[in-house]
Design a protein around this ligand. Structure first.
Ligand code: DCP
Ligand code: MG
Length: 401
């Protein structure tokens, strides 16, 4: 892309550390080297990733004007609670999701705590979904507040993914009185990185040819699909950034990361072949249980897990489901959610193995910081694993970004 275009709209990566000029230099240098020719050969899509800003906290501020402009945390205030969401006012003090509430209150003495209202968040999530569907049927939700959209062929014939992202952000603002950030790029991996870049209320476009440079300095923990455990393993191999990852031979990645290797190899180059899947929910089979009384003791948790294993394994057999990732999910008494996942090299084929992985995940989390009200267990594939499909035909119209 001509760099003039980038000058008019500051490149996203400039916000990272050293300002726009430096990043322009990186992009130009990259363009000279031919950059992502590989990606173009693999066929590019127009993908938007939308992520609501401080979602739970923003909904609380919207619905109670007295909270606007104040540091707000959604979650319990008690000693054993954690923060589910923090308003941007609270983040200035260092308050973050998953932080113990007592620590959050120490960092920000004026912090206002609100209990979560999941029904409202689910309703808002449905409303944003309806807005997305006005532009494309290819909407893949990742959670209540984020989704991928493939707008390569948008329903309204708008043509420009950036324009569609702006229209969607404007409608979310006008119709729901909330803000969202958007990332626009030529694949899912880059679009998700981009939406995070100019948060809150931001837009970032990573154009064809810019992906490799964008990923090069990226800390490995920001790679979608690399969890804390994966990042640790990478660090032990001396891989801290996208550039470090790109320097690894595919054989080494296969040895250490199994079927995720190809995804990682490509991602390190700004390439991602995964299609936007409107039906990806069906990819996993699981079950969960909410308890009448919160539980926290090790023996009680193990017993509940055994029970869930029985129910879920029966479902897996009925559905003839296959997967090599087991995910344990727990909702604490204050409604905050934690999930832990572990993958094995080949599909899980018997109940004993499924159970053993579930129990290992549980043991890793003991003792719990607070009692739980819900536990769930799922067999599936982590995003980025074994779900690649033949690339769509290359689009000659990349300039429409
Ligand atoms: N959430 C949670 N527990 C976590 C992380 C998130 O309950 N550990 C909930 C509250 C968040 C919502 O999910 O509002 C969306 O998560 P995000 O990671 O998108 O975070 P936010 O939307 O709050 O902030 P932002 O996207 O602006 O960084
Ligand atoms: Mg969000």
């Amino acid at each position: 892309m001509p760099s003039q275009r980038a000058v008019r709209q500051p490149p996203c990566m400039g916000l990272a550390a050293n300002g726009g000029a430096a990043s322009l230099a990186i992009m130009d240098e990259h363009a000279d080297t031919g950059g992502d020719a590989d990606a173009e050969a693999h066929g590019l899509r127009k993908v938007i990733h939308i992520d609501m800003d401080a979602f739970f906290a923003s909904v609380e501020q919207r619905d109670d004007p007295a909270l606007r402009g104040l540091p707000v945390a959604v979650g319990g205030a008690s000693a054993r609670s954690v923060v589910a969401a923090a308003s941007y006012e609270a983040r200035k003090f260092g308050v973050r999701s998953a932080m113990p509430s007592t620590r959050a209150a120490r960092l920000c003495p004026d912090l206002v705590f609100r209990m979560p209202r999941f029904d409202v968040y689910r309703a808002v999530s449905g409303q944003i979904r309806q807005i997305f569907l006005d532009y494309t049927p290819l909407v893949e939700p990742l959670s209540l507040d984020e989704a991928y959209l493939d707008v390569t062929a948008d329903l309204r014939g708008i043509g420009s993914a950036t324009r569609i992202a702006e229209l969607i952000r404007q409608r979310i603002r006008d119709e729901l009185q909330l803000t969202a950030s958007a990332g626009v790029s030529y694949n899912k991996f880059l679009a998700k990185l981009a939406s995070d870049q100019n948060k809150p209320d931001g837009l970032c476009v990573i154009r064809p040819g810019e992906g490799g440079a964008f990923v090069r300095d990226l800390p490995i923990r920001r790679f979608h699909g690399v969890g804390p455990r994966g990042a640790e393993k990478m660090a032990s191999l001396g891989i801290e950034t996208g550039g470090d990852l790109a320097a690894q031979p595919i054989e080494l990645l296969r040895r250490h990361f199994g079927s995720q290797a190809d995804y990682l190899y490509r991602a390190a180059r700004g390439i991602d072949l995964r299609p936007v899947r409107p039906d990806r929910k069906r990819k996993s089979v699981g079950g969960e249980r909410t308890f009448q009384h919160d539980i926290s003791s090790g023996p009680a948790l193990r017993e509940v897990l055994d029970h869930i294993v029985e129910i879920v394994w029966a479902r897996i057999e009925r559905a003839q489901a296959r997967g090599r990732t087991v995910t344990l999910k727990m909702r604490y008494a204050d409604f905050s959610l934690v999930t832990r996942a572990r993958s094995v090299p080949a599909a899980v084929t018997d109940k004993a193995q499924f159970s053993a992985i579930g129990h290992a995940l549980l043991e890793d989390m003991l003792p719990l910081p607070q009692p739980i009200r819900l536990m769930g267990l799922t067999l599936g594939s982590l995003e980025g694993e074994g779900e690649e499909q033949p690339p769509p035909p290359a689009s000659p119209q990349l300039a429409l970004f």
